[in-house]
Design a protein around this ligand. Structure first.
Ligand code: ATP
Ligand code: LTN
Length: 326
């Protein structure tokens, strides 16, 4: 299978991103042809400081590798290094309805009817569809929050195929199990997010031990004192159980049993230590890779390999559409 996914270089890669996305990326790379992209052009739908964006791109690339993505097995590259993404996005935009883009919940949430919302925020899903279709991807591993984006990508691919012939492979999303979504630590009814204002709402992969402990200890729970998985009534505790389960590999029911009659304080303390231990090797490896010369070399090599595929796809697409003089 051809696998494609992307992560924005917005810094603060957190355990939600890791458990929801990066860990799957690593698992998939042994059996499949994987392409992993750092989507810097998506990042500028919101204005960014240039120097910081560059740093964030390299940070994310180093993190990819630190969690176990092997740039020799997988193609790892930066979106803007492959011009085909923007080129294909335009062609797809001509086959996308403004109505369907206006219905995207992410756009509605981020623009809130604001007349000066950037057009790039509106066409964000089309660039994402281009990312996926450019590599004839079969499977796209993402968190459940991306369902609508995968759906519109499929709709656009099917529409183009109906109009022009067998232009695109229609991809499938590979979603997380429900419940595997990691929620914010201070507000457990919304998802853990890179962009949330409160840094204690998330555990970033590069947080030091003090910060990890503080985030866990200060996390919002409830007052009934029972360590029980019940996302509707006990979202905070259920979220912590999920994180515990993900890092320990133990089923939630075993953890509930283990902590029966034990207070939140002890449970949180042990979860904090578990998280510290899980993230320590990632941080160590990140620091080595981030400083190394090989990082840029790996991205350059990734861009060349990605470009080779992208150019082939673009030639095919242009033929179907009758674009260019040839
Ligand atoms: P933001 O919330 O600031 O928009 P983000 O934290 O969702 O950003 P993305 O770059 O949009 O980060 O997501 C990268 C990948 O991580 C995606 O596949 C996304 O679905 C997944 N992901 C993001 N947040 C979570 C979460 N809380 N739990 C599980 N997976 C998540
Ligand atoms: N929108 C995605 C990031 C993203 C992506 C992609 C994911 C951009 N292009 C292509 C999978 C495939 C997000 O915010 N997580």
């Amino acid at each position: 299978m051809r696998v494609f996914s992307g992560v924005q270089p917005t810094g603060n890669i957190h355990i939600g991103n890791y458990l929801g996305a990066l860990r799957q990326f690593v698992e998939l790379q042994d059996e499949n042809a994987c392409v992993y992209c750092i989507v810097d052009m998506h990042a500028i739908t919101v204005p960014k400081d240039a120097a910081l964006l560059r740093e964030n791109i390299l940070d994310v690339a180093a993190l990819y590798m630190a969690v176990g993505i092997d740039p020799k097995k997988s193609v790892v590259f930066v979106q803007s290094d492959v011009p085909g993404h923007a080129e294909l996005a335009w062609i797809l935009m001509c086959n996308t309805y403004t109505g369907e883009l206006a219905r995207m919940t992410q756009f509605k949430e981020k623009s809130r009817g604001n007349e000066s919302a950037p057009a790039g925020l509106f066409t964000y899903p089309v660039l994402m569809a281009a990312d996926i279709l450019l590599y004839d991807s079969d499977v796209v591993p993402v968190g459940n929050d991306q369902t609508q984006h995968i759906e519109i990508c499929r709709d656009i691919a099917i529409r183009v195929n109906n109009r022009y012939g067998k232009v695109f492979v229609v991809p499938e999303g590979r979603f997380l199990k429900e419940g595997a979504r990691i929620m914010s630590l201070d507000d457990p009814v919304s998802k853990m997010s890179k962009s949330a204002e409160n840094p204690l709402s998330r555990i970033s992969l590069l947080d030091d031990e003090t910060k990890i402990r503080k985030s866990v200890m200060k996390s919002t729970t409830d007052s009934d004192g029972l360590i029980r998985f019940d996302p509707a009534n006990k979202p905070g505790v259920s979220n912590l159980l999920n994180i515990y389960s993900a890092f320990s590999g133990q089923p939630v029911s075993d953890i509930e049993k283990k902590y029966e009659g034990v207070g939140y304080g002890t449970f949180k303390k042990e979860l904090a230590e578990l998280t510290v231990d899980a993230l320590a090797p990632i941080r160590k490896s990140y620091e080595d890779i981030r400083r190394s010369e090989e990082l840029r070399a790996a991205l350059k090599d990734g861009a060349e390999r990605a470009n080779a595929v992208a150019e082939r796809t673009m030639a095919r697409v242009k033929d179907f559409f009758g674009l260019g003089a040839k």
